[in-house]
Design a protein around this ligand. Sequence first.
Ligand SMILES: Cc1ncc(COP(=O)(O)O)c(C=O)c1O
Length: 499
Amino acid sequence: MSPRRLKSSTGQVNGIAPTLMLEKSSGIPLHKQIYSGFRAAILRGELVPGQQVPSSRALTVELGVSRFPILEAYAQLHAEGYFETQAGLGTFISRLLPVSNASSSPRIACIVGSRLASKQSERLPAFEETPWRYGQGAFALHQPALDQFPFRTWSQLVALHSRRPRADAFHHVDPLGLGRFRTAICSYLRTSRAVRCEPDQIMIVSGSQQALALTSRVLFDPEDPVLVEDPGYPLMRSVLLGAGCRLVPVPVDENGMNVSAAIELCEKARAAFVTPSHQFPMGSTLSASRRLQLIEWAERSGSWIVEDDYDSEFRYESKPISSLQGLDISERVIYIGTFSKVLFASLRLGYIVIPKDLVERFIRVRLAMDIFPPYLYQEVLADFMERGSFIRHLRGMRALYQKRRATLVDSLEKRFGDDLAIHGAAAGLHLCVTLPKGFHDLEVAAKAAEQHLWIWPLSSCYLECAPQQGMLLGYGNTPVEQVAKGVKQLQSVLSRCHA
Ligand SMILES: Cc1ncc(COP(=O)(O)O)c(C=O)c1O
């Protein structure tokens, strides 16, 4: 079922009064002060054409004055064309007025003096609004099949929990999150991911990103060395840079992070951040021997392993691989999962499985951060899981993505033969294609975006290792019928990019 669209709105708040500074002792009649206050707010662009103003009754209460001066001021604003009345709806700023551009011009004309911001924020990469990051459609990364989402079931559950919320939901939620939701996640993780956990080790978070931020605040101090995959997930690196950690980039190959190289580079690292099920971005799986080697290193050197299991639900050529956390008996792994791929990213729900002795530390940091997760969608998703809708959706999506992936691989092979090398197509929602010498992936991505093909350039995921030029192609939200056309367009883009 496709979602019904909501009517688009203007984003204006209706029925709001401008700030009116009334001075009863000033000698200026109140109706003049009210009139001037509204007029000035309109001229400054704070009230815009079509925006509703408060009724005279509501304003009487708000200003604590009698209704007469308000009615007089409103009458004058009507007479001068600033206000208009819409029968049965109320009073509005006249739509005949030109839209003032005052509201979009900066309020502070000139910025003076010292404006220091933290070193912590300076360390983070500058925000760039690159087209491939936000485009929706063919090859967009990190997007599941939104048109296949079971909106009917979902909206029934949202309505149910909005109509009849639990009484205590308004006051306090456990900083770990809703108990029955954690129990459902625990049961899912134990069975499908072989994670060793109890519900009281699970903390609900707003996606993996918050999980990474919380973990880094619990585990690291500035200057702590941390091993990261290179290439790797840029937003994970941002968290560590923000925390002031010293990043130690470790090369990645077809068996995931090179653990021997990691140990050689920094045996005393405080932690290693890995994506063992489906390395981001190359898509390899951390081999069994490297998993054991990593756990053995962590035990020996008293370090932590952070396992980001962001899309492991989707594995096509073999059964899902058990988590790294499940192999670890010494509680050295912090396991992070998300609903961003299985459901949708704007839900902002994920979880951390925390070693038992660290749970209280995580709670301390959580209380200093956002206290506890929002309530509504935890209830909804707990029901969704308990009723079996979650697993049904997951199974359906696995079959769908398998088809989308096979069509994409097939199309790429037919069009490009051996010219492009495909990596990491065995799992997840994206694959990686490396480009022959002479191509620059930033140029390819920019030209592709002009054709509404949203391709993430591989080189942007590198830190220190010599970057390979390549493209990350998402297929989660690219229907089979669009794949062949998209690949054909891609071929024409590449033909215009060759060095
Ligand atoms: C490696 C990796 N981790 C985590 C995530 C998911 O992040 P979140 O749960 O914050 O949406 C992504 C992408 O969406 C990713 O590529």
